[in-house]
Design a protein around this ligand. Structure first.
Ligand code: NDP
Length: 500
């Protein structure tokens, strides 16, 4: 929790739709952060000593409390981001999915594993997965609840305590969810939130045993340098420029609706947003027409209910970049065939879903992360050109391929240089907790979310060998005659016995 002793210089948090202040949070100083990490170190002793099953029980209860209080949590998320009900519910279901998965599998994933020692039978080998200590989490504003805790859940189950620095733009989503953790019985200081800005985040990197960063590539690089100075493990989940490829045999109704939902969820402010679409020549015109027809049916506004398809953007900086990318594209020959304007009648940061055609790779909209509700569609001659263009980026987060030929879709997917690809869906891998995901190139480094590797990255691996001393004779050389004989025998055995 934000500690009462924290520096009283506060950060005002505003509702992006109404402009009204939601509240003020402390701007935690370096000393505040250090103190929080020290409390977390103390708390880790008991938390790390508890059984995995006990930790799972408490975290599962926390998940149930979040689910039961979803309307309250969604209200807080919506108030500070301006997103619609769908976007807020995706955060609830996304975290719930991770909690369900990891509380079910953590014991199995963390169990010590048998390994073959140099002399089998007379020796036993095991690999243990031990907690790292205090894990720091630095999270962004676009999914402020889910991304504050998606890494925290496996980190906690692995026996670490966590100190989380949410974005200064959206701290309350993390605070309200951490409150529920304490109500669920998570012991004091096992989860702490330090509110503040970039300086607070930088301070956190200086004290924790591991840092998990989600945010922009530019800030991620700074965090990586700082973590490398301290030689602590770090993971970076960064920006993206995800491509969607539509083949001539695709179901165009499905592909067109996926183009819209994949690009416009959370007003396009999603790391795995579809940011560019490559469509085979033969069906290009029909596809564009379908997207255009469908997008007319989209509803936008600040109202409640899942029938509002798109909410507000969250801050002016993002909106300005969206406008700049569209302007740059139009100046270089692109055409806006739908949208392209602000909607001040709905709120200061609403921006229409926008379709751009006649785009190419000389334009920022096809190369840099736009992070807004823009759908740039480019005609390609064939699959090879689509794959080449999809890979023509510094990013490598996610992507999608649409085709009725499922085997071909899977083959094309393997040619994309991204951490995951969905065929005939968008963003489906990150929604699947049992499938790991994480970016390549400028999109990420140092560990993936989900699956077994998504929890083991919060552990230190320790290998332990136990020798029964059978046949062991004390001596002054490690190559005594018995050992030498065993080594020679083992060399032969390893060549001919399959399980050795
Ligand atoms: P930023 O990089 O601006 O900020 C991310 C977090 O880092 C915030 O909490 C921020 O604090 C903090 N921070 C800022 N400066 C420093 C610093 N020097 N040291 C440590 N922490 C610092 O990203 P945004 O919040 O703007 O998030 C949007 C970006 O996140 C997009 O690029 C998006 O693609 C990416 N993202 C990636 C995801 C993934 O899983 N790959 C998921 C979601 C988003 P403060 O905000 O208070 O300044």
């Amino acid at each position: 929790m934000a500690d009462s002793k924290q520096n009283m210089a506060g950060i005002s948090v505003k509702n992006p739709v109404t402009g009204q202040e939601i509240g003020v949070v402390p701007k935690s100083t370096r000393d505040d952060v250090q103190a929080a990490v020290e409390r977390a170190q103390d708390a880790q002793l008991a938390w790390g000593a508890a059984s995995v099953e006990e930790r799972c029980r408490v975290i599962r209860k926390w998940g149930d409390l979040i689910w039961e209080n979803q309307e309250r949590v969604m209200r807080v998320i919506r108030d500070e981001t301006g997103k619609n009900d769908t976007g807020a519910f995706i955060e609830i279901i996304g975290l719930d999915n991770y909690i369900a998965y990891y509380t079910k599998h953590a014991s199995e994933f963390l169990r010590p594993e048998r390994r073959q020692p140099i002399f089998p039978i007379i020796q036993r080998g095991k690999v243990y997965h031990k907690p790292l200590g205090v894990v720091g989490v630095i999270s962004p504003w676009n999914y402020p609840m889910m991304l504050a805790f998606l890494d925290a859940v496996p980190a906690l189950l692995a026996g670490n305590t966590v100190v989380i620095k949410p974005s200064e733009i959206t701290p309350f989503s993390a605070l309200v969810t951490a409150d529920l953790a304490y109500q669920a019985g998570v012991p004091e200081h096992v989860i702490q939130i330090v509110t503040g800005d970039g300086e607070t985040g930088a301070a956190l990197v200086d004290y924790v045993d591991m840092i998990c960063f989600t945010g922009s590539t530019a800030t991620g690089r700074k965090v990586a340098v700082q973590a490398a100075e301290r030689l602590i493990p770090f993971s970076l989940e960064l920006g993206g420029k995800d491509a969607m490829i539509v083949l001539a045999d695709a179901d165009l109704d499905i592909a067109a609706s996926a183009a819209i939902t994949g690009s416009c969820e959370n007003a396009g402010q999603m790391c795995i947003s579809i940011e560019r679409i490559y469509v085979e020549e033969k069906i290009y015109d029909r596809f564009v027409e379908k997207v255009k027809t469908l997008i007319h049916q989209m509803t936008m506004g600040a109202g409640d209910g899942l029938d509002i398809h798109m909410g507000s953007m969250t801050n002016e900086r993002e909106l300005l970049r969206v406008e700049e990318h569209i302007k740059d594209a139009v100046e270089k020959g692109a055409e806006v065939i739908y949208g392209g304007k602000r909607r001040p009648d709905l709120g200061p940061l609403f921006f229409e879903p926008t379709i751009l055609i006649n785009v190419d790779h000389s334009m920022k909209i096809m190369k840099e992360e736009t992070f807004g509700p823009v759908i740039p569609i480019m005609k390609v001659y064939n699959v090879d050109e689509a794959v080449r263009l999809a890979n023509d980026t510094e990013y490598g987060l996610s992507g999608s391929v649409f085709t009725r030929n499922l085997a071909l879709g899977e083959r094309i997917a393997t040619r994309l240089n991204t951490g995951d690809v969905s065929v005939n869906r968008t963003q489906a891998v990150p929604a699947s907790a049992a499938m790991s995901w994480g970016g390549q190139k400028y999109s990420g480094f140092g560990g993936r979310r989900g699956d077994k590797e998504g929890i083991l990255r919060f552990t230190a691996t320790q290998s332990i060998l136990v020798d029964t001393q059978i046949g062991y004779k004390p001596g002054l050389t490690i190559l005594d005659p018995t050992t030498l004989m065993f080594l020679k025998l083992m060399r032969l055995a390893r060549r001919y016995v399959p399980f050795l």
